[in-house]
Design a protein around this ligand. Structure first.
Ligand code: IMP
Ligand code: MG
Length: 174
């Protein structure tokens, strides 16, 4: 059976506008600074690439690969860092860039771990916030779109490694 054609939820024009807004806000909040933008792979790679190119201040970029789920489908409640940061974040202005915050499990643990490494500041920028699904509290400092309980794909976000290449944020009916 061919894969279901996803429906557009936020168009590429909506996304470009939102990313420009976020980039503008972040740039003005970090005037005279050089934040370290940390993308959480893989879902954030398109968002981060667009975001930094709309910013008007210099930045550094790093990536991490996280897994919050063990072998089973139940959350283990612990974040496993599969590939970590290249540099120390002590004294740095760090902005975590994530595709989606759903239950909040992944980020709440990861942010706690990072906070222990004494960054000067630690903020979170998220493209899609699923507030109604939250189980662990996570403070989102810069957020793009809100969705309820839809499973979204595209613009770097996948469903079983499919759909990342779509230029719009779409939802797939299950
Ligand atoms: P959390 O730990 O439950 O907040 O999980 C967040 C992660 O689950 C995100 O970074 C995504 O990788 C994945 N995720 C949650 N919702 C979706 C979705 O609608 N589409 C694709 N991935 C999702
Ligand atoms: Mg993710």
């Amino acid at each position: 059976m061919p894969p279901e054609q996803p429906e557009v939820l936020f168009s590429r024009e909506d996304i470009a506008k939102k990313v420009a807004e976020l980039a503008g806000t972040i740039s003005s909040n970090y005037q005279g600074k050089r934040p370290l933008m940390v993308g959480i792979l893989k879902g954030s790679f398109v968002f981060l690439a667009d975001l930094i190119r709309m910013m008007t201040i210099p930045v550094e970029v790093d990536f991490v690969i996280l897994s919050s789920y063990g072998l089973g489908t139940e959350s283990s409640g612990k974040v496993k860092v599969i590939c970590g940061l290249e540099q120390s974040i002590e004294g740095r202005d760090v902005i975590i860039v994530e595709d989606i915050v759903d239950s909040g499990t992944t980020l709440s643990h990861f942010l706690d771990d990072l906070q222990k490494q004494n960054p000067a500041t630690l903020k979170l920028c998220v493209l899609v916030d699923k507030t109604s699904r939250r189980e662990k509290e996570v403070q989102i400092d810069y957020s793009g779109f809100h969705v309820d309980d839809e499973f979204v794909v595209g613009y770097g976000i996948d469903c079983r490694e499919q759909y990342r290449h779509l230029p719009d944020i779409c939802f797939v009916k299950e």
